[in-house]
Design a protein around this ligand. Structure first.
Ligand SMILES: NC(=O)c1ccc[n+]([C@@H]2O[C@H](COP(=O)([O-])OP(=O)(O)OC[C@H]3O[C@@H](n4cnc5c(N)ncnc54)[C@H](OP(=O)(O)O)[C@@H]3O)[C@@H](O)[C@H]2O)c1
Length: 376
C-alpha cells in the first residue's frame, strides 16, 4: 500500500512516500481496518519522529508510519460488535490513537474502537480528523471550567486552543482571552475570544498589558498550552512588585493555572524516571505548594495528565460539529497532499508551533503539496 514512512528519527526531511509498504494483513483482535481518508498532525507526531522520547513512545521498529489521528472508512472488523459501537463496515469513522501515535499515514490503518466515533454526513473527512485529534482534548479541558470564570488561553491559536475557545464560548464562559501571534484571528469567528494579545509584541503575563486593552479584572484561570507559564508566575510571585502584575488571581480567591504541557515545550524523555519527574513528581510538588503554602500569592496548579479517554467525548465532539456549534479549524496552508512533499511540509509547519488550528494531510490529494491551500 501507499504510506508515508520514516527509516530514522529526525526531522520532516526523513518522511518519504512509498507505494509498496505491506498492508496490515491481520487485524488485531478488537480492532478495525480503515481505508484512511485524512490525518491530523499533532505536536506528539513531531516529537515521536524527532526521537526525543524514543525509549518511551518510539516505534518498535523502522521503517514506521507516523501519524496517530485519522478519519476513514471501515473495511473490516475483528471481534468488534457493530451493535455495541454503533457503526460497521462501510461507515466513515474518526479515531484518536490509543496505543501510540503512529500508523495513520498509510492507505490503510488499524484502529481500536476505544476512541472512535461515526462521522456525521455533513462533516468532511479532514474536519473529522481534526475534531478527533484536538477538539476532543479541548472538550475534556472545558469540563474543568465553570461558566462564571474569566479565562486566558496561552497558546490559543493551535489545535487545542482554537477549539477550546469555541467550546468555552458555547458554554457561556464569562470572559475568554487568548495569547497568540495572530490576535486578530483569535477574536474573529469562529474563535470569538473577547480579547487577545500578541505574545511576540507584549508580555502576556503582565496584567498591565491587558489593562491597556480594557481588561479590568484579573483572570480566574490561566490555561497554558504553550508551556513555561508556571515558572513565569513563580518568578513574579517571588518579587513583590511583579506579583501585582500577575494576570491571574491567587488560589485563595479562586485563581487556577491549568496546563497540559511541561515547562519546556521541546522536552526530552528517555527513561521512566524522567517521565515520572516530568509528569508526576514536579506536578505533585506544585499541586501541594500552590494549595497549602502559597495560596495567597499563586494560583492553584493543575496538570491535566489524565484526560478522559471515553468514547462519549468523541461522540459529543462530532455531534457539536454536525450541529454547527463547533467549527473544525484546519490550517489554511493545507490540507497537504499524500505525497513526500505534502507530508514534509505538514510536519515542518507543525514543528514551527505556529499552526492556525490543525495541520491536515488529505489522502485524496495525491498531486499538489498543499491541496490548493495558501502558500507556506
Ligand atoms: N496531555 C495530553 O494528552 C495532550 C493532548 C494534546 C495536546 N497536548 C499538548 O498540549 C499542547 C498544545 O497542543 P496543540 O495541539 O494545541 O499544539 P499546537 O497546535 O502546536 O499549538 C501550539 C500553540 O503554542 C503557541 N506558541 C508557540 N510558540 C509560542 C510562544 N513562544 N509563546 C506562547 N505561545 C506559543 C502557538 O501560538 P500561535 O497562536 O501564535 O500560533 C499555538 O497556539 C502541546 O504541547 C501538546 O503536546 C497534550
Amino acid at each position: 500500500m501507499k504510506a508515508i514512512i520514516s527509516h530514522n528519527y529526525g526531522t520532516f526531511n526523513e518522511l518519504k512516500l512509498v507505494t509498496d509498504f505491506i498492508k496490515p494483513d491481520k487485524i488485531p483482535k478488537g480492532q478495525m481496518l480503515i481505508k484512511t481518508e485524512a490525518v491530523a498532525v499533532s505536536p506528539g507526531d513531531v516529537r515521536v519522529l524527532s526521537g526525543a522520547c524514543k525509549e518511551m513512545q518510539g516505534p518498535p521498529s523502522f521503517p514506521y508510519i507516523p501519524g496517530g489521528d485519522l478519519c476513514g472508512t471501515i473495511i473490516d472488523m475483528n471481534d468488534v460488535d457493530p451493535s455495541k459501537v454503533g457503526y460497521g463496515k462501510g461507515d466513515r469513522v474518526a479515531a484518536r490513537f490509543t496505543i501510540g501515535p503512529r500508523g495513520a499515514l498509510g492507505e490503510f490503518a488499524t484502529v481500536s474502537p476505544k476512541m472512535t466515533g461515526k462521522v456525521p454526513d455533513n462533516l468532511s473527512s479532514e474536519e473529522a480528523a481534526v475534531l478527533a485529534s484536538s477538539a476532543t482534548i479541548a472538550l475534556c479541558l472545558s469540563r474543568r471550567i465553570t461558566k462564571g470564570e474569566r479565562v486566558i488561553i496561552v497558546g490559543g491559536g493551535g489545535g487545542v486552543g482554537s477549539h477550546l475557545s469555541q467550546i468555552l464560548r458555547l458554554k457561556g464562559t464569562a470572559y475568554v482571552a487568548a495569547a497568540s501571534h495572530e490576535p486578530d484571528r483569535m477574536m474573529r469567528e469562529p474563535l470569538s475570544c473577547d480579547n487577545a494579545l500578541d505574545y511576540t509584541q507584549k508580555d502576556v503575563y503582565d496584567f498591565t498589558e491587558w489593562k491597556k486593552v480594557g481588561v479590568d479584572e484579573k483572570f480566574d484561570t490561566v490555561i497554558d498550552l504553550s508551556g513555561g507559564g508556571w515558572l513565569r508566575l513563580m518568578e513574579q510571585q517571588s518579587s513583590k512588585v511583579d506579583s501585582k502584575r500577575m494576570i491571574v488571581k491567587p488560589g485563595k480567591n479562586g485563581g487556577r493555572y491549568l496546563t497540559l504541557v511541561p515547562d519546556v515545550y521541546n522536552f526530552e524523555m528517555h527513561t521512566i524516571w524522567q517521565a515520572m519527574k516530568l509528569f508526576v513528581f514536579t506536578n505533585l510538588v506544585r499541586h501541594f505548594y500552590s494549595r497549602f503554602l502559597k495560596s495567597t500569592s499563586l494560583p492553584v496548579h493543575s496538570f491535566a495528565m489524565s484526560l478522559d479517554n471515553d468514547v462519549e467525548i468523541m461522540k459529543e465532539t462530532l455531534k457539536l460539529a454536525s450541529e454547527n456549534k463547533l467549527k473544525a479549524c484546519i490550517d489554511d496552508r493545507g490540507p497537504f497532499g499524500f505525497t513526500t512533499e505534502g507530508a514534509q511540509a505538514a510536519f515542518q509547519l507543525q514543528a514551527s508551533r505556529n499552526v492556525r488550528g490543525k495541520v491536515v494531510i488529505s489522502m485524496k490529494n495525491t498531486g499538489d503539496t498543499t491541496g490548493g491551500g495558501k502558500k507556506l
